[in-house]
Design a protein around this ligand. Structure first.
Ligand SMILES: *Cc1c(COP(=O)(O)O)cnc(C)c1O
Length: 368
C-alpha cells in the first residue's frame, strides 16, 4: 500500500484546482491584496455559514485571541482560565494581553474543559474563560454559560480547530461574547498561509475588533486609538471563499473516516477511543486515541507507511515559558495522558480503504 500521510493538502488542492486558480488570478488582476472585496465577501459568507451576525478577518488565530481580549477591555493582571490541554497559542495570547493564564484540566473522554475543575478555578480575579473546542469537539457550552453568567465572567470561544462543529445544533463561535477561528493551512478550513477571524453577534464589539486590527482607525486617516496591523489578505480570503463551498462535504467525509476508525477499533482493549457527546457535532480536526505503548505503536505504523501525530506531547503547564504560572504541587490529568495520545491520519484525502488499513495495522501491533 502507498504511504498514508497524516494530512494531504496537495490532493485537496488538485480536487478544486480550477476554481482556486481562477480566484487567485482575479485577486491579482484587481490588486485586492489587503482588505477589499474578497475579504468582505469571505467575512459575509463565513458569518452566514456560522449563523453569526459579524465576522472580522484578521492575520491569524493567535492575533484574533489577543484582539478579542483587548476589545473586551479585560483588566490587566486579571486571570483568564484556559485549558491545560490545547495549542500553546491559547495561553500565549493571555500573557500578551497582560493577563494571567490559569489552567483547567480536560474532560476524560472528549478532552475539552473539565467543567467541575473549572468551577474550582474561578475566583474574584477571574475575568474570562476561553473554552477550546479541542480536536473539533465542542465544549459543553450550555453548562459552561450557566457557570460564567452567574459570576459575570466573559467567554471567548477558541474555535480554531472547530469550523462547523455544533453544540445542540448551533455552530460554535457564537455562544460566547466573541469567538475566534484560525485558518492555518492544516485546520479544518485552511488558507494558503496564515489567516484568522473573530466572530460575534455584538455590532459594537465587531467594530472595535476591526478598528484594533487596522491601526486603531475607522477610516483611512481617522485614528481613534493605538491599534495594530493584523488583517486577512485578499489572496487568503479568495482561497477561503472557494474552500468554504466544500467545507460541509469535507466534514461529512471526516465523520465517515472517524466512524470507520471507531467501529474497527471498538474491541481493541489497548486503545481508548475519543467520545462524541450526544449533543455534539464533531468535525474531527484530529482523531486522537490513547494508546498503550504509544511510542512503539507510532514507530510500527511509520514502518507501514502510516504517518501519525501527537497533540500535544506536553500540556501547556509543562512547557518552559508557562511553568511560572502553575504551582509545583499541581497535577493535571492532561499531563498524565500526554504520553498516550496519538493522532491518526484524518482528512477528506483518506479513502475508507486507507483508514481501514490504519485500524487493521493498530490491531496487528497489539496482537503480536
Ligand atoms: C491553531 C490554533 C490557534 C492559533 O491559530 P494561528 O492561526 O496558528 O495563530 C489557537 N488555538 C488553537 C486551539 C489552535 O489550534
Amino acid at each position: 500500500m502507498k504511504k498514508i500521510p497524516f494530512l494531504d493538502l496537495y490532493s485537496q488542492y488538485l480536487s478544486i484546482k480550477p476554481s482556486l486558480e481562477r480566484v487567485i488570478q482575479k485577486v491579482i488582476k484587481n490588486s485586492g491584496f489587503v482588505k477589499g472585496e474578497y475579504v468582505s465577501e469571505f467575512e459575509r459568507n463565513f458569518a452566514e455559514y456560522l449563523g453569526i451576525s459579524h465576522c472580522v478577518g484578521v492575520g491569524n488565530g493567535t492575533d484574533a485571541l489577543e484582539i478579542s481580549f483587548q476589545a473586551l477591555g479585560l483588566p490587566q493582571g486579571s486571570e483568564i482560565i484556559v485549558p491545560a490541554n490545547s495549542f500553546a497559542a491559547t495561553a500565549e495570547a493571555v500573557v500578551r494581553a497582560g493577563c494571567k493564564p490559569v489552567f483547567c484540566d480536560c474532560d476524560k473522554s472528549n478532552y475539552t474543559l473539565d467543567l467541575d475543575h473549572l468551577e474550582k478555578k474561578i475566583n474574584s480575579k477571574t475575568s474570562a474563560v476561553v473554552p477550546v473546542h479541542l480536536y473539533g469537539h465542542p465544549c459543553d457550552m450550555g453548562r459552561l454559560l450557566k457557570i460564567t453568567q452567574k459570576r459575570k465572567i466573559q467567554v471567548i470561544e477558541d474555535a480554531a480547530q472547530a469550523h462547523g462543529a455544533e453544540y445542540k445544533g448551533k455552530k460554535v463561535g457564537g455562544f460566547g461574547r466573541l469567538g475566534i477561528f484560525s485558518f492555518y493551512p492544516g485546520k479544518v478550513l485552511g488558507a494558503y498561509g496564515d489567516g484568522g477571524a473573530i466572530v460575534t453577534d455584538n455590532k459594537e464589539l465587531a467594530r472595535k475588533c476591526r478598528m484594533i486590527a487596522n491601526h486603531g482607525r475607522v477610516s483611512k486617516h481617522d485614528y481613534r486609538m493605538i491599534g495594530r496591523n493584523s488583517r486577512l489578505d485578499g489572496l487568503q480570503a479568495g482561497v477561503l471563499n472557494v474552500k468554504l463551498n466544500h467545507l460541509e462535504e469535507w466534514i461529512k467525509k471526516r465523520n465517515k473516516i472517524a466512524a470507520l476508525y471507531l467501529s474497527k477499533l471498538k474491541n481493541c482493549e489497548q486503545v481508548v477511543l475519543p467520545r462524541t457527546e450526544e449533543w455534539a457535532r464533531n468535525v474531527y480536526h484530529l482523531f486522537v486515541i490513547r494508546a498503550k505503548k504509544r511510542d512503539d505503536l507510532k514507530s510500527f505504523l511509520k514502518e507501514k507507511g502510516i504517518e501519525t501525530g501527537i497533540h500535544y506531547p506536553k500540556s501547556i503547564p509543562e512547557l518552559k515559558p508557562y511553568r511560572r504560572f502553575v504551582s509545583k504541587k499541581e497535577k493535571f490529568f492532561t499531563s498524565k495522558i500526554s504520553k498516550e495520545l496519538l493522532s491518526l491520519p484524518m482528512g477528506e484525502h483518506l479513502s475508507e480503504k486507507e483508514a481501514g488499513f490504519v485500524a487493521d495495522s493498530i490491531k496487528e501491533f497489539y496482537s503480536k
